[in-house]
Design a binder for this molecule. Sequence first.
Ligand code: HEM
Length: 427
Amino acid sequence: MTTQPQPPAAGPGPDPGLFTWEFAADPYPAYAWLREHAPVYRTRLPSGVEAWLVTRYADARQALADQRLSKNPVHHDEPAHAKGRTGIPGERKAELMTHLLNIDPPDHTRLRRLVSKAFTPRRVAEFAPRVQELTDRLIDGFAGRGRADLIHDFAFPLPIYAICDMLGVPREDQDDFRDWAAMMIRHGRGPRGGVARSVKKMRGYLADLIHRKRQALPVTPDPGEDLISGLIRAFDHGEHLTENEAAAMAFILLFAGFETTVNLIGNGTYALLTHPAQRARLQASLARHERDLLATGVEELLRYDGPVELATWRFATRPVTIGGQHIAPGDPVLVVLAAADRDPERFADPDALDLSRRDNQHLGYGHGIHYCLGAPLARLEGQTALATLLTRLPDLRLAADPADLRWRGGLIMRGLRTLPVEFTPQP
Ligand code: HEM
């Protein structure tokens, strides 16, 4: 964490301090500068699109809950030169338009209520033994080697297998998902071809699986307790999800729940390995079979260096004032969660990692009607992954200079490309 604050150029325009490699490694000094000097700042993104960045906690919370800011890209007043460059793969394709992160009430209210009936905290809690089993199996795969790349060997496969299992994707097909997901992460910010193909394959597979399960429903009274069967069964005032909506929903659960959780585990482990006193406290508490510090710790890791750097796009439908700044209809707004969660007006000593932080209403899962639906699953995976790693590999340490680690340069997501570690090999 060495980058000096770079005063961004007066916007709009390319910002020397934003969206560079140095910024990707440590965006926090630039965010501190913005919070103090230009808390609602119009900038030109690397894609050429101009957007407002909201960096103070109070403004961010207000913006996330403001329903004059729509999630639907049809409200984007995109200049011709920037058409289609908002960086969301396939965002304008009709088949993806029905997912939760792209729609507003009343459609959002209806779909969210339906999916909430299937994706319940109870279903997630029942899934805990399976997450533990998956975690142990992945650690077994490298524990004997004494070294690993924790992104490739651990943080990456865990969430994809977990969500596939939860959805009810048969085990023999899960490696296909792993490959499609790898393609999406690898090319997420680059050429679109691979991403579009992977998205298409996932969507096609899920649509087919839903169709088969739906046909089996009348014949099989109990087609299984998986999430897809739950989505098919979900009723609300006599209303069903259509097959297309169920496929879009299954896809968004995968899409929203995958790279985020990879980065919670990756960023979280990295933060623990670079804060030895905090890590020692957590290890001591785990050795006493306590869970309190683990629970507050995972929340703090989300606040301190969470996976979602910026909340997904919002577009003003009417004139809105945020932090005294007038925002015109059609303007895109990006709420910078990573900046808001380090705001000294809200958090005491915000740049310090304190696993026992209590007053910690961070925005890492968003806020308002789009608050992360998968938060209970993310918590379960994050807590299980970190506790098991530290317990099974107690002398886990970084096998690279932090300055040599590469972060994925991107807009929405913040995460490491690799996380080389070493430890005493386990039999
Ligand atoms: C929404 C963060 C894991 C499913 C969101 C939002 C954030 C977020 C910030 C709101 C975006 C916005 O307002 O623009 C995270 C983080 C995760 C995580 C940090 C992991 C640590 C998951 C998982 C799932 C999931 C595991 C599901 C399996 C969703 C869905 C939405 C959402 C469906 C859209 C909700 C709506 O629009 O009503 N997440 N997420 N997330 N997340 Fe997560």
